[in-house]
Design a protein around this ligand. Structure first.
Ligand SMILES: Nc1ncnc2c1ncn2[C@@H]1O[C@H](COP(=O)(O)OP(=O)(O)OP(=O)(O)O)[C@@H](O)[C@H]1O
Ligand SMILES: [Mg+2]
Length: 253
């Protein structure tokens, strides 16, 4: 059975409600409040980019949506379900490809399917399909270390999509790539979003990448972090240069 053809449904809606995240600081009585009363609605199937200065809490927000961290107060609801931990409906892709070096490309993509208890023949079939989608069928039997950085990130995307996640979370996934490789990876991500219809939340430092890929750009800022602006891409005729300037000036403040 191919799950790939069954993914015409949109991904899940994400609702971030009054989210506060603070961390204790050694030697200090008060906690470091990283995110404060953050509200954010992400539509099913939407592609949202999160942009903001270093340290404003982008990765923390992504980890909270992934369920790798829990809110101090407030909540995150995916579909109808409050997030209480990691789940197969959400996958997170990091800047470092984090492939298993002792596994081939195919075996890396099969890994989450193994964890999900998918049978041997089916997981091989699904993993091969995913590798095909990212244009790497020919490299299925190569070990991670035998692949270029761009290829490794393609395998990372194939692995992230292995179990048909509702929500794909990406933390600066292409920032290690050179300009040309990055262009290719961006085009691939746009294509994957069209095909899989999952909800995508992309953290990036690149305003151009955000403008190119997303339906909406959410600018985080302040200390503690909150949403300082949301810029919607409104299709044809929009002056991308003007939007770019607007976002850059928001990031500079
Ligand atoms: N596990 C943790 N324990 C303590 N403090 C943390 C933890 N994780 C993050 N922080 C703090 O939260 C703040 C936000 O960190 P975060 O990594 O989310 O920022 P970011 O926006 O992703 O930055 P960058 O753009 O540099 O990746 C920082 O001040 C960081 O020190
Ligand atoms: Mg980060």
């Amino acid at each position: 059975m191919s799950q790939l053809s069954a993914t015409s449904e949109l991904g899940q809606h994400v609702s971030v409600r009054g989210l506060v995240k603070s961390f204790p600081v050694r030697g200090r009585a008060d906690d470091n409040v990283v995110l404060d009363q953050l509200d954010l609605e992400i539509e099913a199937g939407e592609f949202v980019s999160l942009i903001g200065r270093s340290g404003c809490g982008k990765s923390t927000l992504l980890e909270l949506i992934a369920g790798l961290q829990l809110p101090t107060t407030g909540e995150i609801v995916v579909g109808e379900q409050p997030v209480r931990g990691p789940g197969a409906d959400r996958t997170l892709v990091f800047q470092q490809y984090a492939l298993f070096p002792w596994r081939t490309a195919l075996q890396n993509v099969m890994f989450p399917l193994e964890m999900a208890g998918v049978g041997r023949a089916e997981r091989r079939q699904l993993a091969l399909e995913r590798l095909d989608v990212v244009g790497l069928s020919h490299a299925a039997d190569r070990y991670a270390g035998e692949l270029s950085g761009g290829m490794q990130q393609r395998v990372g995307l194939a692995r992230a999509l292995a179990c048909d996640p509702q929500i794909l979370l990406l933390d600066e996934p292409f920032s290690g790539a050179d300009a040309i490789t990055r262009e290719g990876l961006q085009a691939l991500l746009a294509d994957l979003h069209r095909r899989f219809r999952c909800t995508v939340v992309l953290v990036t430092h690149s305003v151009d990448e955000a403008l190119r890929l997303s339906d909406r750009i959410v600018v985080l800022g302040g200390q503690p972090g909150r949403v300082v602006a949301e810029v919607e891409r409104t299709g044809d005729g929009e002056d991308a240069g003007e939007m770019r300037e607007q976002i850059v000036s928001l990031l500079g403040d």
